[in-house]
Design a protein around this ligand. Structure first.
Ligand code: SF4
Length: 252
């Protein structure tokens, strides 16, 4: 899916990021962005349409989903309404990972719904991604911690094998961790989010970029511009990956 100039301006406006619009012309990238995107706006779509599904892979996806929905590996199964497996096409290049389901996600059985989910969708659309066509979205934990408390280490240890299997099935080219909790658990670090941004990490063999959680951005709109920088960085890393250039460095 392509996000043309008009659409991108619309999504940036939805993010609450001011966009300077040239009279009679298209909107350029935000003028005050301190970090240049390595790739120009005219690059090809960030994620091509998925290939036709493989029946064996689809069966493995289905079996894994059923396993998660019946899972009792940690105590969270006692308090959840339902497991929240993930959403998106089973063949795509992008995998977005959050922390855990919240109350609305627990009710609806889908990650990132409600206000934070709408903001995440707008963020992703700004770089040409859509959960219905070219990005898969899941969480580190598949069941909601009571009161939205932080995941406990034993819960992460119990649940992470499911994410590992999702990654094996999806084989994404790039992962985007949203929020400190997701980033720290995926990377096995206690480094603050600010120090994890702007670098290419690895989850196994998969390059991983870190940005803010949309729920945090709703509370702290001043940081939306930094999130936009992260998204542009992630897009540039992806474009380098698909074009065969090394993408192991830091933000340019
Ligand atoms: S959080 Fe993960 S390990 Fe715990 S019950 Fe839910 S699916 Fe199972």
């Amino acid at each position: 899916m392509s996000a043309g100039p008009d659409a991108r301006a619309e999504y940036l406006a939805a993010l609450g990021i001011d966009v300077w619009v040239r009279r009679g012309g298209a909107a350029p990238p935000p003028a005050a962005a301190p970090v240049p995107a390595p790739a120009p706006e005219a690059h090809p779509d960030p994620a091509p349409s998925p290939a036709p599904a493989d029946a064996g892979a689809e069966a493995r996806w289905h079996a894994l989903r059923e396993e998660v929905l019946k899972c009792t590996r940690c105590a969270l199964h006692k308090t959840r309404i339902q497991g929240v497996f993930g959403v998106g096409p089973h063949q795509c290049d992008w995998l977005v990972i959050g922390e855990a389901p919240g109350a609305e996600e627990d009710r609806r059985g889908e990650p990132f719904v409600g206000a934070a989910g709408q903001l995440l969708d707008a963020m992703l659309k700004a770089i040409g991604l859509d959960r219905h066509s070219n990005v898969y979205i899941a969480n580190v934990l598949k069941s909601r911690p009571p009161g939205n408390r932080d995941p406990k280490p034993e819960e992460v240890a119990a649940c992470l094998p499911y994410l590992n299997r999702q990654v094996e099935l999806l084989q994404p080219k790039i992962m985007l961790a949203v929020g400190r909790i997701a980033a720290q658990n995926l990377l096995g670090t206690e480094e603050p989010l600010g120090r994890l941004r702007g670098r290419v990490h690895r989850f196994g063999a998969t390059p991983l970029v870190v940005t803010y959680h949309p729920a945090y951005l709703l509370r702290t709109p001043a940081d939306k511009r930094k999130a936009w920088e992260d998204l542009k960085f992630a897009r540039s890393v992806y474009q380098q990956l698909v074009q065969g250039s090394p993408a192991d460095g830091h933000r340019a």
